[in-house]
Every structure is written in C-alpha cells, then in structure tokens.
Ligand binder design. Sequence first.
Ligand SMILES: [Ca+2]
Ligand SMILES: [Ca+2]
Ligand SMILES: [Ca+2]
Length: 358
Amino acid sequence: MNKLKSLSMMTILITSLLPFVAATVTIAAMDQEQPPLVQLMAKPGGGGSGQVADWGYVRIGADLARAATSGSVQVAVIDTGVDFDHPDLAGVVTWCYSAIARTEGCGTRDTNDDQGHGSHVIGTIAALDNNQDSVGIAAGHVEIYSIKALGRRGGDWGDLNHAIRMASDGPDGVRGTADDAEVISMSLGGDISNYPTIIADLQAAVDYATSNGVAVIASAGNEGQCSDAPNTRMSWPAASNGVVGVGATGLYQPDMSGWATEWTGAELDVMPCFSNNADYVDISAPGVYITATKNGGGTTDMSGTSMAAPHVAALVALLMANGFSASQAMARIYSTAIDMGYASTLQGAGLINAAAAV
Ligand SMILES: [Ca+2]
Ligand SMILES: [Ca+2]
Ligand SMILES: [Ca+2]
C-alpha cells in the first residue's frame, strides 16, 4: 500500500502484460472532449537509421538551449537502473549505484535496468546527439548517475532516502565536493499521507540534498481524476517541501482529432487527465508519447508524469551548467514558462520553455 512505484502509465500496465510488446492505455486531455483510446506501440530499434528528436525536445526548444550552454553537471536519476550497453547512452553514465543492494559499478546485475523505465528517463535527459535513436534535452552537458532504488515492482522508502543522500554526496561519498550531483531526477512516487514517520524521514533526505544546493525534481503523479477538483490521492516525494513537482503535457492535433507526436507549430498544448491536480505541482513538461531509449537498444514511446520530470531535470542541468544555482535556475524556468490556461494546481507555472529559459 505504501510502496513506491515508477510513474509511467506503461509501467503500471505492464505489470499485467508482457513488457515491451504492446500496451493499450487510455489517455485523455484534461478539460477536452471524450478521452480517446490510443495504442502505445514499441518502435523498432534504431542503429544508424537516423536520429529522431522527440516532439517534446522540439516543442521546448532544446536545440537552442543546448547551443546556449557550456559546461557540464552531474544529474542523478533515481529509478530502475540503466541499460549501460545502450549505444545511444555510450559514455553518458559515469556512476551506477544500487540503493537496494548497496553496491556500485555499472553493467552489474545490481545496477542494470530490469524494467526499462530508468533507461527511458536517462535517454530523455542525455541520449547522445548522433545519427541514431533519440537525443537528450541536455545531451553533451551532463553526466548521469544511475541510482537504482526501484525493482520491477517498485521500491522501498528507506532505499529512496538512501539514494537521495548518495546522489547528493556523489561517488566519492563526501558531501560538498565537485562530484556531488547538481540535480536529482525522480520519476517515482507513492501516497504516504497516513505514514507521518515515512514523510518525515523522506523530508530529512530531501533537506540533506537541497541544503547542499541540489535541485530535486519529481513527477507529480498519475492519479489525476479528469476533474477540476484537487486530487484525493497525493504523491511523494513531489509533495515534499523543496521538491519541484512536475505535471505532464501532451500535444493535440489542431482540429482536436487526437494526440499529435510531431510539433509543427500548429498543435495545441494540453494536459492529460492522468496528471495530478494538487498544490505541489510547480511546473509542467512533455509527458505523452515521449520517444526515448529502450532497454536492450533502440527507442520506445512512454507516457506519464515519469516522462515529464526528466525534461525539467535536464533543463535545470543546462542552467546550472551555465553557472546558475538551483534556485536561480528554477526561478528562470518559472518566469519563462508558457501559460496553457489551466489551473495552477494542474500546470504549475506552465509548460517549460527551454529556449527562453537558457
Ligand atoms: Ca542519438
Ligand atoms: Ca562528493
Ligand atoms: Ca557536481
């Protein structure tokens, strides 16, 4: 009941389906017409057939933001591990740690991605800009720390707290040195409303990171109810103090005929029903049909606030690579966000605009 889970719609569904074959999900635009049924299909592997920039990458102007960035920072992704051998992540992941097994080392049984979720999130942030697969929003400007705190069926709050502290300390295990992560990205969450001790322990771990200057980003959760009323369920760590809670946006066809997966300038920014409506939602980012690296090679599409959080983490990383502090970076992201017209409990400050922020 109080287990953590990753926040991709696909992940929720594959618990009862074969992973990476095909999953059917229902996603609907908040305040739009009847929710359409859509198919979520895995794409074939890449490998030299040409690189695809996801619509979210294009929509937020990531090319311009990357071009305006110099330097590099470390981003810790707390998730299901990573496919360390994925060609589009070659050299990207510089530290792998399992907060479950409490061991380190990349390409090991303890730190490999046994689910696919972590590899997708990492690709959204950092996949190489080359001639294959996808491209990360902060490609060329980040090193990734892959910290595994989720197994195939979720994780434990104690392991998450440990993961947050390890990310803040970095590989040398010493707080306040150059290898400390600048950003922590968490595409996970759970409702611990009735567990005040767990909330307090989590808050202490978050405070440990934020007081070290780390930007802590988390998915807002997928328990949205297609309603203007606030959620009845909450999601931590998004609801923890000092954590940036990220809602998901999608693209709709200009004639409202359905979801779009390519940004041409005419499509509409909408929020899907699954994105949580709560006062801890701070900002929104693309999270419907996001193309990124697939466990085992190639790319796949996934949807959820899980896919939105790494967009924000990557943008914070670009700003911090340019010398901004975590709080300065977030102030810029909030002030340049695109107002989509939704309530602030749904969209937060709005849709991130990387080109304007950097
Ligand atoms: Ca690529
Ligand atoms: Ca350190
Ligand atoms: Ca650092």
